[in-house]
Every structure is written in C-alpha cells, then in structure tokens.
Design a protein around this ligand. Structure first.
Ligand code: PLP
Length: 388
C-alpha cells in the first residue's frame, strides 16, 4: 500500500514507538501518584515531555496542557471561552473553511446564544484581513482561525491575524493541527494566544494532543471541559496518558525541518499535470503546507477514481467527515461547483514517502483517469465542445 493520506493520520515513527514502549509495560505508574517511585517516574516523564514540547514551540512548559487531541482542545477552548467571557460579549469570529470540529461547536454555541461570524474565503482559500478587522467589535470574545487547512493545505497569514487580534485586544485561537510538525512555529515571534495540535498527525500516537495557552499579564480564562481531579491545574481532569504524552514529545523532537517536504509534493504536481490533461491543483500559487495537494480531475469523480487505485490511500474529503456524501464544504467555500468538488482528491505526503512511490501513483492515476474518461459521455461532450 502506498500511503498518501497523511493529513488523516500518520504512521508512528520508529523512534516514537521505542520511546512509548516502556510506559506501556514497566513504567505504568500514575503520574499523579507522586508518593512513590513508580508515580514519580511517570510524573517525571510527563513533565520532561512538557518541556520538550515547549522548547520546540518556543513556549514555556507551564503554557502547555495535555488533552486527548484537537477535537477535545477545540471543544474546550470554544465552550470554555464562551462561558468565561460572557460578561464581555458573545461574538465569535471564525471562517467557512474551518474543520468540522470548529464549525459544529460554533453551531452548538449559536443555539446557546453566541453570535458567530463565518468569514468567507476567495477562490484560493484566502480570508480578507480588512474584513476580519472590521468584524471585531467590543463584543468579540474570540477569533478562531486555523493555521493550515486539512483539505487544501492553504495557510492563513498567522502573523497578520495575530497582530490584528492583539491590536483589537481579542483572543486569537489557532487550530494548528495540520501545521505543527510540517512547519516550524515560533510562539515568541507570532503572538497566538491559544493553539492546539494532535499527536497522530505528526507521526505520534493517537488520542493525545497539546493545547498551548499563553501566560499573559491579563490571564486567559478558559472553563474546563473535563472536570475531575486537579490535573493540569484543574483545567483538564483525568489520569495522564503517559505513553501518549511521551510519544507526542518524541514525535515533535525528531522532526527534521531541513528536509523539505515540498520537493516531493512539487514533483508530484508537476508530473501529474504533465501526464493528465484538465487536472488542476486548488490554490497552487498560494501558501500551502508543504505536504498537501488537492487536485481536480475534471469530470472524474474522486470516489470512483479511488476505487481504481485499491493500493493507494488517498482522500476524497476530510477523513473526519468520511461517510458524508456532501461535496466538501471547503471547496464549496472556495467557489467550486458541486461537480468540481466531487471530482477533487486530496493527496497528503509524509517525510516517509519516496519519489518512486510518486512515480507509481502518477502512473496509476493517469491510467485510471484515462479509463474513466474514455467511457464517460459527459467527458466526450465536454471535449467536443457540445456540453450545454
Ligand atoms: N483540526 C484539523 C485542521 C484537523 O485536520 C483535524 C483532524 O483531521 C482536527 C482538527 C481534529 O483532530 P483530532 O481528530 O486529532 O481530534
């Protein structure tokens, strides 16, 4: 199997696997039971991991919290800020292309009295910064914008967004689930207030994530989502997932940002476009994370194309909404027709993919697209210029 669905989840790196093993077997202590050696060993592992993660992001260990992943972190931040800042206001700003985790909580909060502004994007997935600025009012409690889109890879201008939020004294929460691990992020340089990511998107384990909450002179208030023991200063109860935490830190620590992922992705895009007519890459000229390509194969349904490539893992939409037959809300927001959205596929690479794999996949895609189009009346009509 050639695995090109790395925005859905990733292979656990060997170093991560090795780091986790002791905490699944011998070192099974509860990190909160520090009265004895086993507990202290687990607690030490958790705190060391927190330091490693903070170092990687140029943050402070106290600013890093562990959760079960981005869905939980996003729930915690949106619900927790809405609850804590109700005296300031009820207005949240987000964007039409956010992940369903964000959009579904916003829909939930609207039923609880929140007013949500969904910023539109242009055909390349770009938001209008002036529109963001003009929408922030004294009632705005949170701006929630992702770092990189999971379907197209399009990157939001984080520095500019953070500066606008700072200037308007509004909290900026960034879902960086698809960004961390692919691009280096320096939280001293970019004044994001709150940020989350998940271990399994960066060759770490599933079921573990980190939430960064900046320590500021005016402390950020977030009501807990999971009540329980006093873990994470009472912000997130529950026994620590020690092996997950150790794995997350190791996954982040071993990333070599000097090996550019975009060489493979660019090679794929160039070869593909040279082989297949009427195939376009969404937002090709715009800043995208280095591993992602979202390709429109005109008049070839992505789901049909995938059935012709049983040994290649690709995605015809976000994995988190798979089973959903609606056209991608991201591509629709980028002004694509339903037809074009259905005919698009996401290909997402990892640092473990090879050029030989790319060559194989391009060849298989070329053969499959040709076969499907050869027996497609709509394609014949389109080619002959007779499509009404
Ligand atoms: N945000 C983005 C941008 C994602 O891509 C995903 C998962 O695909 C999530 C949030 C949710 O992450 P998790 O499933 O790890 O909770």
């Amino acid at each position: 199997m050639i695995y090109l669905d790395n925005n859905a989840t990733t292979y656990i790196a060997d170093e991560v696997f090795e780091a986790i093993l002791p905490y699944l077997k011998g070192e099974y202590g509860n990190a909160s039971s520090i009265q004895h050696k086993k507990g202290r060993a687990a607690s030490h592992a958790v705190e060391y991991a927190r330091t490693v993660i903070a170092d990687q992001l140029n943050a402070k260990p106290k600013e890093v919290l562990f959760t079960s992943g981005s869905t939980e972190s996003i729930n915690m931040v949106l619900k927790g800020v809405f609850e804590q800042y109700h005296l300031k206001g009820n207005h949240i700003i987000t964007c039409e292309t956010e992940h369903k985790a964000v959009l579904s909580i916003c829909a939930y909060l609207e039923k609880k009295g929140a007013t949500v502004t969904y910023l539109p994007v242009d055909k390349n997935g770009q938001i209008d910064l002036q529109l963001l600025r003009s929408n922030i009012s004294k009632h705005t409690i949170l701006v929630c914008l992702m770092a990189a889109n999971n379907e197209t890879g399009v990157i939001h201008p984080l520095e500019a967004i953070a500066e606008i939020c700072q200037e308007k004294d509004t909290l900026f929460f960034c879902d960086a689930t698809q960004y961390i691990g692919k691009e280096k992020l320096d939280l001293q340089r970019i004044p994001i207030d709150i940020m989350c990511f998940s271990g399994h998107k960066l060759h770490g384990p599933k079921g573990i994530g980190a939430l960064f909450i900046r320590r500021k002179s005016k402390p950020i208030q977030i009501a807990p989502l999971v009540h329980g023991g006093n873990q994470e200063n009472g912000l997130r109860g529950g026994t620590y997932n020690v092996s997950g935490i150790v794995g997350l830190a190791k996954a982040l620590e071993i990333i070599d940002y000097s090996t550019p992922l975009n060489e493979l992705r660019n090679y794929f895009e160039e070869t593909l476009m040279a082989h297949i007519e009427e195939c376009t890459i969404h937002a090709i000229q715009f800043p995208r994370i280095h591993n992602t390509s979202n390709v429109l194969f005109k008049y070839v349904k992505g789901s049909e194309l995938m059935t012709k490539l049983p040994n290649v893992a690709l995605s015809s939409g976000s994995a988190c909404v798979s089973g959903n037959r609606d056209p991608s809300h991201v591509l629709k927001a980028m002004h694509r027709s339903d037809e074009d959205a259905y005919c698009s596929l996401r290909i997402s690479f990892s640092r473990y993919n090879t050029k030989a794999e790319v060559d194989t996949v391009v060849q298989e895609l070329t053969d499959a697209v040709t076969k499907i189009r050869d027996s497609s009346p709509i394609w014949q009509l389109y080619k002959s210029g007779n499509l009404g």
